[in-house]
Write a protein that binds this ligand. Structure first.
Ligand code: NAD
Length: 276
């Protein structure tokens, strides 16, 4: 399968489909990542917070696939927003992964009441200029926070990774990204399974002869967002990779988008200020 790529605002390309490793216990992460690489995934989304960067790195080395053929994202944990701490945390991420560069490094959460995410972003700009992360971006930023970065910083984030699925379609944040060249990455793309019994998704799935998970992931792909569903079950890892042998109609896409009820599975980033 040829996975489509998205060209980021810095000229780098990212596979539109990847594999997420949130909530995969470290002891299972190496095997899960190796399985995903075997199925054909070439984009892995991890984070310092997930505690499994080391095992992701081990899997990539053990796979024998050249490092430059795999797009790897990690994220700055909440305790390290101070610019000097951010620089050290990035070194720690590279060391845990065992890499000499990262493809994409994100501020995991804006933490609006903790420090100043603009200063944190300037630390990421330094990392970007050093070439040790080929791209930099943010996660869980609202348009309001992105506007502050635009006014006070230099580099435009390559991506904004936010919660997006049929019950939280995020039209405003996605439109902001489209206007300013910030690619949207959709986390929890199937709402951790919560959307899969939805009658509209079940109906469309029956019509196209695919599963509700595949229909939901295909909806994201056709909307132009980047996704990295998580699973430790081999058959689902394969199922979630098989998104390019069918297409949804414009009506299907709008019927799914119409399911929006602004319902989150995770925290609201404007209220989330948790530091471990
Ligand atoms: P997801 O929407 O990918 O759902 C994963 C869960 O859905 C699995 O645990 C499994 O129970 C089920 N599932 C997966 N495939 C299935 C299938 N084909 N059929 C039926 N059930 C299936 O949720 P997620 O793991 O929260 O999100 C994906 C990735 O997004 C994460 O692994 C992580 O990389 C990223 N993420 C980022 C943030 C952030 O703050 N930046 C937050 C959450 C997740």
């Amino acid at each position: 399968t040829d996975i489509p790529t998205i060209t980021l605002n810095d000229g780098k390309t990212i596979p539109q489909l990847g594999f997420g490793v949130y909530q995969i216990p470290p002891a299972e992460t190496k095997n899960a990542t190796l399985a995903a690489l075997e199925v054909g995934y070439r984009h892995i989304d991890t984070a310092e917070m997930y505690g499994n960067e080391k095992e992701v790195g081990e899997a990539i080395r053990e796979s024998g696939i050249p490092r430059e053929e795999i797009f790897v994202t990690s994220k700055l944990n909440n305790g390290f927003h101070d610019p000097e701490a951010a620089a050290r945390a990035f070194d720690g991420t590279l060391e845990a992964l065992g890499f000499d560069y990262l493809d994409l490094f994100l501020i995991h959460w804006p933490l609006p009441k903790v420090g100043n995410y603009v200063d944190t972003w300037k630390a990421l700009e330094e990392i970007y200029r050093s070439g040790r992360s080929r791209s930099i971006g943010v996660s869980n930023f609202t348009p309001h926070y992105l506007r502050r970065l635009a006014a006070e910083a230099t580099v435009v984030p390559a991506v904004n990774q936010i919660e997006v699925h049929p019950y939280l379609t995020q039209e405003e944040a996605r439109a902001y990204g489209a206007e300013y060249g910030i690619a949207t990455e959709a986390w929890s793309p199937i709402a951790q399974g919560k959307v899969l019994d939805d009658p509209t998704l079940v109906r469309i799935a029956e019509k196209v002869g695919k599963t509700p998970a595949q229909v939901t992931l295909r909806w994201h792909i056709q909307r132009g967002d980047i996704v990295f569903p998580k699973s430790v079950t081999r058959s689902r890892v394969e199922e979630n990779f098989d998104l390019f042998s069918f297409e949804l109609s414009d009506d299907d896409i709008s019927d799914i988008s119409f399911l929006n009820k602004d319902e989150r599975t995770g925290p609201n980033p404007e209220e989330f200020n948790y530091v471990p």
